[in-house]
Design a protein around this ligand. Sequence first.
Ligand code: UD1
Length: 338
Amino acid sequence: MKILVTGGAGFIGTHTLVELLEAGKDVVVMDNFSNSKPESLARVKKITGKDFKFYEADMLDTAALDRIFEENPDIGSVVHFAGLKAVGESCEQPMRYYTNNISGTLKLLDSMNRHGVKKIVFSSSATVYGLPKSVPIKEDFPLKTYNPYGETKLMTERILSDIIKADPEWCAVILRYFNPIGAHSSGLIGEDPKGIPNNLFPYITQVGVGKLKKLRVFGDDYPTHDGTGVRDYIHVADLANAHLKALEYAEKTVGIDYFNIGTGKGYSVLDMVKAYERITGKTIAYEIVDRRPGDIAECYADPTKAKEVLNWTAKYGIDDMCRDADRWQTNNPEGYTK
Ligand code: UD1
């Protein structure tokens, strides 16, 4: 059976395509290129030496979704990445986020249902834990969100849960990602944020190649070992592998289940700067500035459940993440150009 990958041209999508194709899976890919470029898919083909069917389509376009399922009646499951993902932007443009991420996902789920495709792996985020009461975070911690982006992730989880209550044939595997960074070891695919990056690691690598002057460290007065924010950084190749494991699990089960996808280790902003400098020999200029509103002190996973149920565990450490992200950024200082 084929796997439909929505948002397959993005950062996590491309790495997951490589993982799936190398495992011998057949994929159909859709993307609207709203935050990605066609070159990323050409690079996936170059890495794997494999071809796949691609649809330039938007989730809001029901006819386009229906056409994908009609032309590929052998699609058996969906890995759903397509979605807008910038926290700040979601506060400025909530309608756009709810329309795209919620209405778009509803249209996708409806089209799946009408075509008898009832297995989905959904990319959620650790953002659904809001301000966690303690760390490491377990899947049964209380859920709360503080911005429209996070709300769309949590709402989608709840929509899937209700669909499954009503139709026991459905299966949803919810992966709650921690902080994905790194890049494929070939240096051919990686993270390509539009404009100035919001997230820490692409900012560091762009300072590393001289594209940006100085990192701003958002606060050094958090109750952490060096005062800067602590996160669970996970190599995107490990994250990609979690999707393969989640699909294998979905094939043999029904119902809904939730998994933290992180390493279980927390590193501060300054730990990451130092690791990057040590691995690459480059210097990262930085200044300490005020805290970023909405940030929390510490966030890292308890990934035990993913290990026990999915047989998934992270293989790569921060040295690999720094080396691979730097290789991508150095080889592609402007990201994908077409
Ligand atoms: C952010 C989102 C989260 C989303 C995730 C997706 C916020 C508040 N949270 O997570 O909802 O799921 O991205 O990737 O935006 N930092 C700096 N300087 C920078 C950028 C970041 O010091 O220029 C610090 C932050 O304060 C934080 C750490 O680096 O302590 C990681 O930040 P970031 O990479 O933006 O990820 P999150 O905030 O964890």
